[in-house]
Design a protein around this ligand. Sequence first.
Ligand SMILES: [Zn+2]
Ligand SMILES: [Zn+2]
Length: 266
Amino acid sequence: MRFSNFHQHSTFSDGKNTPEEVVLSAIEKNMESIGFSDHSFTEIDQSYCMKLERYSDYYAEINRLKEKYKDKITVFLGIEKDYYSEIERDKFDYVIASVHYIYANGVCHPIDHSKIQQETYIATECGGDILKFARDYYELVIKNVRDTKPDVVGHFDVISKFGLIDEDNPEYRGIAKSALAEVLKICPVIEMNTGAISRRVKDIPYPHPFLLEFILKNGGEIMLSADSHAKETVCFYFEECVEMLKKIGFTHIVKLTENGMVREAI
Ligand SMILES: [Zn+2]
Ligand SMILES: [Zn+2]
């Protein structure tokens, strides 16, 4: 099958390559489509996101590439919207809603940057209770999805990134599943995200297989996503993801097309 990736960063936020370098790499890999989803401007941490003054260049550049390469690949203009961020929704072909921070008592805690930052949040805001951390995080995931009404939910269980959470703990599983049930009522499309594998932080994609099973049983849909920050990783680990999905019982994935979201058999 020809792959598509809708979670791609470029030099407009924290990616290594220009959008055009990314498009050329995707064409070389015979991909069907590529969607850019640079990080939306987030005032509480401007180190990784798009600057406000660059939005108009972003729109212009991605739209230029759409036209220039239309005979070879379909290009989409998207955005990865953090909870602590506002966007002009109608500028984009699609929106991914993701949570990267928990803001508490005047402090911004990044939750997917480092293990130490997660440990600091658990110690200072949760009295060492790791399940409170999980509840706080998933509460924001639900709020972000309710506020944004996105097309895709980004790295649903990213708090598992550094291995602090015991994903076999039934209490944790209950918290994650009840959040997922709420999310699916609003946005049925959850991405299967390989970004932490390409960065060698994890050896399985998000979401964890118990959540993939829950998605399958509850009528959710899966979109493959590389959460790529470089031209080399535009469809990283996608073949393995398809095999994983088949083993769980999925018969299709979804992808964005010029006619909207469609199913594709696997
Ligand atoms: Zn993200
Ligand atoms: Zn991302």
